[in-house]
Ligand binder design. Structure first.
Ligand code: RIB
Length: 371
């Protein structure tokens, strides 16, 4: 049944006042100075005598004058905008990372232009072209595009570009990342230590490098236990790292025979979708199946059961990337570098079942040998 039309009340049309922008000429006349003096107060205040500077600032406040950075840019000035291109604005992982970048850049007088690509390489190319047309002062990006050549070329055209949550892989770009191979290994090893020997891995597409690295880590954990990776890690790939795709992936997960009793997810949105799917199917977490997410976003600890997750330092990633961008935009002597953080496993109720029969047997065996 289609939803009833949204109820809304529209007030009678009020004709808008004709737009009128205060000009720099009006400010100069009011302050009894030249236009050049007003421009100096805005761009090189140290060139203007304090008493004159105060008179001009008073005229700016009185008229409500706001300078046009577009006009300033046309005269060769630098933009104060930074493009931030992320995969999914609905994912708290990215909004927390953007919050860190915004704090570092706001203090330096920059404003962010946020672009969400929904993991589409085509949409990413569209946004990068718009940002370049705007002559932004720099770009922070979590690429959807597998290749980085276009970003190297963008930087080569004078727009400093820093990778967020993606390695540079030898390209001439700065990057800020978390060791996702280690993160995948932490998630899988935790489930293996609980006695699980066949775990599902609900993962995103291989076009996303983070998904490839997390898979490598999970398979490395299996090999370290002497397990066959293809048997111990049953991968279920979904088209996008969203709640909906996690819920859809659960149907496939429950069709695997023999039934899997543990699942790790490539991020917390997928894990939330899996938890919803399991609840719908009446499957108890963690008693019947243990669940582990990735990112440790704010809601992970608020779920019931609270979600075990691999924590990424989201805010710090954003701050570090912004600081690299500021350094690169200010110094020709800047040398590209990769800032790398370590992930951390945060264990919560979604994976803490009663000891698994195999684990219980194994631990009593260990006690026997130790006594
Ligand atoms: O950047 C790709 C993925 O890695 C995102 O979905 C985010 O959740 C991070 O974990």
């Amino acid at each position: 049944m289609s939803n009833p039309p949204l109820r809304r009340r529209v007030s009678p049309a009020i004709p808008p006042a004709a737009p009128r922008r205060v000009t720099i000429r009006e400010v100069a006349d009011l302050a009894r100075v030249s236009i050049g003096t007003v421009s100096n107060v805005l761009n090189n205040p140290f060139l203007v005598a304090p008493v004159t500077r105060e008179r001009v600032l008073g005229a700016i406040a009185e008229t409500g004058f706001v300078r046009s950075t577009a006009a300033h840019q046309l005269r060769g000035g630098k933009s104060r905008s930074i493009g931030v291109v992320i995969l999914d604005v609905a994912n708290p992982f990215f909004t927390e990372m953007v919050r860190g970048a915004e704090q570092a850049l706001r203090d330096e007088g920059y404003v962010l232009v946020l672009c969400s690509t929904d993991e589409s390489a085509e949409r990413e190319r569209h946004y990068l072209r718009l940002l370049e047309e705007q002559r932004v002062a720099g770009v922070l990006i979590t690429p959807a595009e597998r290749e980085l050549d276009a970003l190297v070329a963008l930087a080569g055209r004078g727009i400093p570009t820093v990778l967020l949550d993606r390695e540079a892989g030898g390209h001439a770009l700065c990057s800020v990342t978390v060791d996702d191979v280690r993160g995948g290994e932490l998630a899988a090893a935790h489930l293996f230590e609980l006695g699980h020997r066949r775990i599902a891995f609900v993962n995103g597409p291989s076009s996303i490098r983070q998904c490839v690295d997390r898979r490598r880590g999970a398979r490395r954990a299996a090999r370290q236990l002497g397990l066959v990776p293809d048997e111990a890690v049953v991968e279920l790939t979904v088209p996008a790292l969203t709640i909906e795709h996690g819920e859809q992936g659960t149907e496939r997960l429950l069709q695997v025979t023999p039934r899997l009793d543990a699942v790790m997810c490539a991020n917390d949105l997928l894990a939330l979708g899996v938890l919803r799917g399991l609840a719908t199917a009446g499957i108890k977490v963690p008693d019947e199946i243990a669940v582990v997410g990735y990112d440790d976003v704010a809601f992970a600890s608020m779920l019931s059961p609270a979600l075990t997750s691999v924590r990424q330092p989201k805010f710090e990633l954003g701050v570090a990337a912004a600081e690299l961008l500021l350094e690169e935009s200010r110094s020709h002597a800047h040398e590209h570098r990769e800032v790398r953080y370590e992930p951390e496993l945060v264990v919560r109720a979604s994976s803490q079942a009663a000891p698994h029969p195999r684990t219980a047997a194994a631990s009593s065996a260990r006690r026997r040998t130790q006594s």
